[in-house]
Write a protein that binds this ligand. Structure first.
Ligand code: MG
Length: 401
């Protein structure tokens, strides 16, 4: 399944210009923490392991701004030009994805002016789409709400129970939100202020997920100064971490083994509670090690019947999600398999493809190596297979945990 993100950046941002007229430089291209606001937003989605496609919708006058500001990413498509309203811009982004996404793929729509979106929020929106047609990051209203007359005399106090502030990202199943947007445009309705409102109008069920209070939108010059301060406190500095993993499984009667996510015919199987993919287990532990988040046995206990026979690629994806949610990006992984047989070489590319899809990595960042142990030890006696792995990730250096 593909998960695309549309970054909406076609607004002119006149509210962030002190003179109130057309902004010289739209707010999404303002520098905060040493780079453009939009660059922070793009990177948050680029880093997230579940996101497969990224597209930016820009104003036709901003092509040069975007070329300067938008960071390189293998997920990023050529920018598309937006319309005169936010709604029209989102529709342009959705139309540009029609060749890439299937009906049930997911799309997350995000405002470029929210540079503080975190991996946890992106994960929560995606997770909610397994049970709902739409999902919106939101936070409960904390302030008391007043209604006032034109002369600012309070006329009422609004009950804030059940009131939420909608943020982005807002996620949907691709075809349902594309159809809703097309229908709204056909009917001449252009004034919806977010994509949830269009989904609600089209009769889709939309679920709120608790977003981060820090996921604020940059609207005014004060917001730009405040965002710059927040980034200056260090959240934009990345550090590199490396960790290792090791695993062993013994042979039992059978006719195939799972290694590196690939089913390989063999004269025995590997014994274990899951599919006993010793290579993926070592790799999963290496990834968990980079964030100090326990080990595979802690998150998927062998005593839990739901993991009986489970495909170990699930464990690897879960570890990658945990790295993403800490704002991390996986740089490379490396696996060494210790076995007399089966031969790994003929399956290396298939392993790289499977692991690459799970971790969002190209084959050049995935080492798959094998060695015999010269007939020595338990692997040499063909009693089982061992595997060791390393993983290297980049994480925000302010992450104290
Ligand atoms: Mg194991």
């Amino acid at each position: 399944m593909r998960v695309a993100a549309i970054i909406v950046a076609a607004g002119r941002g006149s509210r962030a210009n002190p003179s109130g007229g057309a902004a010289v430089q739209p707010k999404q291209y303002a520098q905060v923490g040493g780079r453009a606001v939009i660059a922070h937003a793009i990177e948050a989605f680029d880093r997230h392991v579940a996101i497969t496609d990224l597209i930016v919708v820009i104003h036709p006058d901003d092509a040069a701004h975007c070329a300067d500001a938008c960071p390189p990413s293998s997920k990023l498509a050529t920018p598309v030009f937006g319309g005169s309203t936010r709604q029209g811009s989102v529709l342009a982004g959705l139309e540009a994805l029609t060749g890439r996404l299937a009906a049930n793929d997911l799309v997350l729509i995000h405002d470029a002016a929210r540079p503080f979106v975190d991996g946890e929020t992106i994960s929560a929106v995606i997770a909610a789409l397994s049970t709902s047609q739409g999902a919106v990051a939101a936070s409960p209203v904390a302030d008391t709400l007043k209604q006032a007359s034109g002369s600012l005399i309070v006329t009422a106090t609004i009950d804030r129970a059940g009131l939420w502030r909608a943020q982005t990202p807002q996620g949907f199943h691709f075809k349902s939100i594309l159809d809703a947007h097309r229908l709204a445009a056909e009917q001449g309705l252009h004034d919806f202020t977010d994509d949830s409102a269009i989904a609600e109008w089209a009769g889709l069920q939309v679920k709120l997920v608790l977003g981060s209070e820090g996921n604020t939108k940059i609207t005014t010059p004060e917001d730009i100064a405040m965002a710059d301060l927040r980034f200056a406190r260090g959240t934009s500095t990345m550090e590199t971490r490396t960790a290792t993993g090791f695993d062993v499984h013994k042979f039992a009667d059978g006719d195939h083994v799972w290694l590196g996510g690939v089913k390989i015919p063999h004269s025995a199987r590997l014994d274990g509670h899951s599919d006993a993919d010793v290579a993926l287990h070592a790799l999963t532990d290496a990834l968990l090690g980079t964030i100090g988040d326990g080990d595979i046995g802690q998150h998927f206990p062998p005593s839990d019947p739901q993991w009986k026979g489970a495909a170990s690629i699930l464990f690897l994806k879960d570890a990658a999600r945990r790295v993403s949610e800490r704002g991390g990006k996986i740089i490379n992984v490396d696996v060494t398999i210790l076995a007399e047989a089966p031969k790994v070489g003929p399956h290396r590319e298939a392993m790289q493809a499977t692991i690459g899809e799970a971790l969002g990595l190209t084959a050049g960042r995935i080492g798959i190596k094998a060695t015999t142990t010269e007939s020595l030890g338990f692997t040499g006696r063909r009693e089982g297979i061992a595997a060791m792995a390393t993983a290297t990730v980049q994480l925000p250096s302010t992450d104290a945990s």
